[in-house]
Design a protein around this ligand. Structure first.
Ligand SMILES: Nc1ncnc2c1ncn2[C@@H]1O[C@H](COP(=O)(O)OP(=O)(O)OP(=O)(O)O)[C@@H](O)[C@H]1O
Length: 614
């Protein structure tokens, strides 16, 4: 669908800045068209300066937050290679990777010593867990630093949360720190970057790291090119340690945008109640759409499980209330609704992959395993996400085309040089269908391990060495959390438990990953928009200390939030409420529903006619 864009004052000001080579930051609320303005400004550069840039071998950088956003923006720019559209990590690593000596220097002189300093500060010489862990960290870092100094293999970056300096592996955070350090200290690097990239744009700038903003500002300091343009909203900064309030280099312009082009007038009114720094007005056709907002306050059960959690029966009670509310709103199956939940476990429970979720967030998991589970790249899950489930699905739907396509993509036996290469197409199809039928049968009754073994034996999927080793080994004995070796090798126990699972949960998990379900986490909905949005708020079920919607919305009923809870919760609420284009429904569980509803009205967050009870 093509949208007719209304010219805005902000777009005119951005164009002026570009003509005059002045850096700028566009700071505006949700749905104000920041990404749209960014894309239009880039197209303007392409039109006016494209030829010259190409001639000089220069490119325009556009940094954005997720790979998905990279895809969307690249496509809106017609995949023109004058643009280098990238995630922040991708861009920074591409620019610094070849300066290996400087990377080592940054690690040796700044990054590792900073971590060591932090560990020292946490060690009070006592026997508390924190002090003991700090001593261990310090020991490990000292050893890693020594190895890094001695050895010279190239330092590389892995998309992980754990770094290992002795193996020269940098993690996510290090790439940011090392790059920012290098850019700040190496004038030649700054000059080179500035020449290669005369225009550097950053979308979702509130989620960029402050040290990166500082570094890009240093690249673009002074008059003339290069210039940097930031686009963002401090109120939508929902990740830790990010720039939040970002600003361009000295002399740069601040460009506001008052419009909201996304939401109906009622949703915009609600958003305005939630922030005092900004009053938005409908910017386009949405001015004619009234839409609706309604919050249903539900009496939450008194949590009777361990550590103030719900028992299984109470969880069922909560789910039943949820379903009742959906029915009362008339949002049954045929209304397309996006459901936003605070915590992934709430979705896992509703979609039926809670055992898998517990496994990858439990004792045998690490933060790396958890993040790999969250994006579907964990080595245990990848074969299923990549193709094994597609084979099952193709077999169930007798979809021969999908079957062959999937096999060609994933199977060593079916690629052009594989063991079936001399077979006729008919023979290939027969072979494929035989395997897929067998797999689909196994999917219903066998364990994950048996399915993987079948795929491996019939060369349907090339098992990684790591996975093959795990499959071949005998299961580990009982886990002892106090044993350091066990702790280090806990991934073995994770694999053992995973292998024992049945495949039904995997199917539901894959559906969720593929966005085939109407469920999303509130964090995951960032940057998206949907006609109808349902936000489920239950602090007890979410079991998350960083957020407390009941304390922030209804402090008289639930008590005061901490400053941090207040900031994080307000921002997350703003992000998810502002995804709604037409109608917004909120289900809010409270320990005292009647008083909470009244407080929401008294605080002028919601109108009386928007609040109901269940
Ligand atoms: N100038 C415009 N005229 C008409 N529609 C617009 C204009 N700018 C943006 N829109 C529409 O408004 C919606 C929101 O735009 P966009 O996603 O660019 O906003 P945003 O400020 O980046 O959003 P957020 O920060 O909330 O994720 C989109 O549907 C977009 O097509």
């Amino acid at each position: 669908m093509t949208v007719t864009l209304k010219p805005t004052d902000a777009d005119t000001k951005i164009a002026e800045c570009i003509t005059k080579n002045i850096s700028f930051s566009v700071i505006a609320g949700a749905g104000s068209g920041k990404t749209t303005s960014l894309v239009e400004a880039l197209k303007g550069i392409q039109k006016s300066y494209g030829k010259e840039l190409r001639k000089n071998g220069q490119r325009v950088v556009c940094i954005t937050y997720t790979n998905r956003a990279v895809g969307v923006i690249s496509s809106r720019l017609g995949f023109d290679d004058i643009f280098f559209v990238s995630t922040l990590h991708g861009f920074l690593w591409a620019e610094i990777a070849r300066f290996q000596d400087a990377i080592r220097e940054a690690l040796r002189d700044a990054i590792i010593p900073q971590y060591m300093e932090k560990a020292r500060a946490k060690d009070n010489g006592g026997t508390s867990q924190t002090a003991q862990k700090a001593r261990k960290d310090l020991e490990r870092l000292t050893a890693e630093l020594a190895v890094l100094n001695e050895q010279k293999p190239p330092v590389f970056y892995e998309e992980t949360v754990i770094s290992d300096y002795s193996k020269c592996v940098l993690n996510h955070d290090d790439v940011i720190d090392v790059a920012a350090y290098m850019i700040m200290r190496k004038p030649l690097l700054r000059k080179g970057l500035g020449f290669k990239y005369p225009y550097i744009f950053v979308d979702e700038a509130q989620d960029t790291f402050p040290q990166v903003v500082e570094a890009l500002n240093a690249v673009c300091a002074g008059e003339g090119l290069p210039v940097v343009g930031y686009f963002g909203d401090p109120m939508q900064q929902i990740y830790d340690k990010r720039a939040g309030d970002f600003a361009g280099p000295e002399g740069s312009e601040k460009i506001p945008k008052e419009e909201n082009f996304r939401s109906s007038t009622t949703v915009i009114d609600l958003l305005n109640n939630f922030r005092t720094d900004l009053k938005q007005v409908p910017g386009g056709k949405n001015a004619d759409i009234e839409g609706s907002v309604s919050i249903t306050v539900v009496q939450a059960p008194d949590p009777a499980g361990p550590r103030k959690t719900y028992t299984a029966e109470q969880l069922d009670e909560v789910t039943a209330k949820f379903e009742e509310a959906v029915k009362l709103w008339g949002w049954t199956d045929d209304t397309p609704v996006k459901h936003l939940f605070l915590a992934r476990q709430m979705i896992a429970r509703r979609l039926g992959f809670v055992t898998l979720h517990r496994l990858f967030t439990g004792d045998y998991s690490s933060s790396r395993s958890q993040s790999d589970y969250e994006d579907g790249t964990h080595y245990l899950l990848k074969p299923f996400v990549d193709g094994i489930f597609q084979l099952v699905d193709a077999s169930r739907n007798s979809d021969a085309k999908k079957l062959i396509e999937t096999l060609r993509r994933i199977s060593p036996a079916f690629d052009d040089t594989g063991m079936n290469k001399d077979k006729t197409l008919k023979q290939m199809l027969e072979e494929a269908s035989k395997h897929a039928t067998a797999l689909a049968e196994k999917w219903e009754v066998n364990t994950v391990k048996e399915i993987l073994e079948y795929c491996s034996a019939s060369a349907l999927y090339p098992m990684s060495e790591r996975l093959s080793n795990q499959l071949a080994r005998v299961p580990r004995d009982a886990y002892d959390a106090g044993d350091e070796d066990h702790q280090r090798e806990k991934g073995d126990w994770l694999a053992d438990d995973f292998f024992k699972l049945k495949a039904d949960e995997l199917e539901k998990y894959i559906d969720f990953l593929d966005e085939n379900s109407p469920f999303s986490t509130q964090h995951g909905s960032k940057g998206e928009q949907y006609d109808n949005v349902l936000v489920m708020i239950d602090d007890i079920e979410a079991a998350w200390n960083n957020y407390s919607f009941s304390k922030v919305f209804t402090p008289n009923v639930a008590g005061d939030p901490t400053e941090r809870q207040k900031e994080l919760t307000q921002k997350l609420a703003y992000v998810c409420f502002s995804r709604a284009e037409v109608n917004l429904r909120i289900l809010f569980f409270s320990r005292d529903a009647a008083a909470a509803g009244k407080e929401l009205i008294d605080q002028c967050l919601f109108r009386e006619d928007q609040v109901s009870y269940l």
